[in-house]
Design a protein around this ligand. Structure first.
Ligand code: SF4
Ligand code: MG
Length: 334
């Protein structure tokens, strides 16, 4: 499978008066062409920082990509100029944020906002641009596109506005779409419709998608693979099946217990007790130690090696780390 994106040992820091926040601490992942990868974790785990880094949208200062590579179709985005990055953003890689209202300009018609990007990046005639805008409106399921193009954002419902934001993100036919909590501001029914829309768009355009969310339930249907982030690290990655049916990391297991399930109607949701560690001085060992029901002595001292459960499934946990057996053997022989 062709990899469209490969992130290697990414570190992102933010300098503050209180010290340096290590927001992303050695993240590795890849995205195959045409697939959807979900990055899941609690707020503050570094998932948005990771996706902003891919777009090179980390404000510097105070932020900095302090190490790592972001290979987009083989080209390291950490090394390209800001000018080159501007022609990649919105054209090769597009991003959608949580709140559709702030993403749209209230003073411009939907038509103008759709066409803006096309005219800026491609030399498209007004007639062709309008055709393309109509085509995108249809793709995202907005009825009467001819009429609707002349209207302003406030004339649309929240769900329709998010459809428009998606249409704007897709009009230049990007190869990679990053959606950061794209359904969080919407009610449950509209959420489901927007997720279905992502699936349909992917089928029709082949776009690769990174979906950032705090809610594993959101990705249950549409993610091909899932990366679970905790305290600036990806602690487990696997196919959707592997993560939902065979989660190995205690944090992933905890997240799954807090997802409402239709087959367990009425069952109590169990939130994970405690809070993530402070990222000014993250623990050198496993950052989940303080909250983990299985924590062992070694856990907060040494970070576990990433261990392969299958070709696609990897976990950072001492329960799976081969060295744990050796450690136990040495302790037993004493
Ligand atoms: Fe729990 Fe230890 Fe695994 Fe961390 S490494 S998740 S503390 S068992
Ligand atoms: Mg976020």
């Amino acid at each position: 499978m062709e990899k469209i994106l490969e992130v290697k040992d990414l570190h992102v820091t933010f300098s503050t008066y209180g010290g340096t926040v290590k927001a992303v601490r050695g993240v590795n992942f890849h995205l195959n062409k045409g697939e959807t990868l979900a990055i899941v974790g609690e707020s503050g785990c570094g998932k948005s920082v990771t996706s902003n880094a891919v777009m090179r949208l980390i404000p510097n200062p105070p932020g900095k990509i302090s190490n790592g590579q972001i290979l987009f179709k083989g080209k390291d985005l950490t090394q390209v100029s800001e000018k080159a990055m501007r022609s990649i953003r919105g054209v090769d890689i597009s991003m959608i944020f949580q709140d559709p209202m702030t993403a749209l300009n209230p003073t411009l018609t939907i038509g103008t906002q759709l066409i803006e990007g096309l005219k800026e990046h491609h030399k498209t005639s007004s007639k062709d641009a309008k055709q393309k805008a109509l085509e995108m409106m249809r793709l995202v399921g907005i009825p009467n596109p001819d009429e609707r193009l002349k209207q302003y954002p406030h004339q649309f419902s929240g769900g329709m506005r998010q459809r428009i934001v998606i249409a704007i993100a897709l009009i230049c036919e990007p190869e990679l779409l990053i959606a950061d909590e794209p359904t969080t501001a919407l009610d449950v029914t509209i959420q489901a419709q927007i997720l279905e829309l992502f699936e349909k768009i992917q089928e029709q355009t082949g776009v690769s998608i990174i979906l950032i969310t705090h809610d594993l339930g959101v990705v249950a249907k549409i993610a091909d693979r899932i990366a679970v982030m905790y305290a600036g690290k990806i602690v487990e990655v696997g196919t959707r099946r592997e993560i939902f049916y065979n989660p190995e990391h205690p944090y992933t297991q905890g997240l799954l217990k807090s997802v409402p399930r239709l087959d367990l109607m009425g069952a109590r949701l169990t939130p994970i007790d405690g809070t993530p560690p402070d990222l000014f001085s993250p623990p050198q060992g496993c950052p989940f130690t303080a909250r983990c029901p299985f924590a062992m002595e070694v856990c907060d001292k040494v970070y576990p090696n990433p261990t392969a459960i299958s070709d696609s499934h990897k976990v950072d946990c001492w329960l799976q780390d081969e060295r744990a057996k050796q450690l136990l053997a040495t302790t037993a022989s004493k």
